[in-house]
Design a binder for this molecule. Sequence first.
Ligand code: ASP
Length: 439
Amino acid sequence: MKKIVKFGGSSLANAEQFRKAGEIIRSDAARRFVVPSAPGKRYDGDTKVTDLLYRCYETAEKGNDFDNQLKAIKERFYEIIRGLNLELSLEEDFREIRKNFENLAGREYAASRGEYLNGRIMAAYLGYTFIDAKDVVRFREDGSVDMDGTDSLMENALTGIESAVVPGFYGADDTGHVRTFSRGGSDITGSLVARAICADMYENWTDVSGFLVADPRIVDNPVPIETITYRELRELSYMGATVLHEDAIFPVRKRGIPINIRNTNCPDDPGTLIVESTCKKPRYVITGIAGKKGFCSINIEKSMMNSEIGFGRRVLQVFEDQQISFEHIPSGIDTMTVYVHQSEFEDKEQQVIAGIHRLVQPDFVEMESDLALIAVVGRGMKSTRGTAGRLFSALAHANVNVKMIDQGSSELNIIIGVENRDFEAAVKAVYDIFVLTQI
Ligand code: ASP
């Protein structure tokens, strides 16, 4: 049995958290490969080491003295080393980091040092082999990850190794330059290691006991999701549910490796299991609710639109020309609506309208802003009668006006569009009807 365990920044923010992680790792012999993040916030208002590194490097770039900033970062790591009673010196590493900052080795190199140094500490603390991620995670020139290249480098480096620490968040491109993922990217490293060694499980340890059915800032004490499929998770993450980096599912998904989100501070909680597919009946008809504010709709009307072949393609061409991606395109007989992100659209709205007039000669174009989209996701909705009925009557009872409805053929989700100001009430109403008043 081989498990990858990835610990997030808050799970490794100080010596006390490191000890909890150590106990978790030592309590299961299968936890042989560890992927640490950089130290996160120790308390509300604290700064993550990754942010300190970015700031320190900015100072270096401006040609200003960054010694004090680097010293503060060094102190964060020594605080952990002392707290764990480790005999470990990072002096040589910090000398090299200082030199590389002076030589402007790059923002990504700078940010990566948080994971690198925390990895060194973790390896010393556990007595595991340290594997530098720059030798095993391969990036392409354009910043995307080279999955096959990474697979073979990892396989070579990890075969025959009993237990290892591979720092998260970074790797290197073909020229040896250190590259990083986007923020929160250690989740992707965990997934890449799990994939390369064909792990039985990828455990992702964080500071919450898994995914919750709804956002706890909107719904009081939402219940946790026990099991979720990759597809459901993708829908929810896309619509704003955070916990796991959006791209972390791709490497393991292809190999059918489950991910278990666990809480370092409550290690007995089962957390959320993310799987390719499952026969397990979901507890509720819906698995989760997520949503985002800040969308615009562009409503295009033209008589006889239905018989004009190529109409939709030409409309979408206008958006493509302006490099605006669309979210949904509900349509009627003589109407077509395009939902887009307000922030992407606002600056280009007049060009889009002009483009639509030029390419499809509509009767009129009308726009509406400050809209929110809510995704109600659940494999349990498939072939379940009455789901939509319950959903919309709950929204009506909550006095929410529904502006758009979109249900994909997969029956995995129903997307509803409401006004921004109705967003919270709508999420609460959906949660109440499917979870609290479950029949
Ligand atoms: N340390 C990086 C960040 O703060 C990456 C990670 O934690 O996954 O985003």
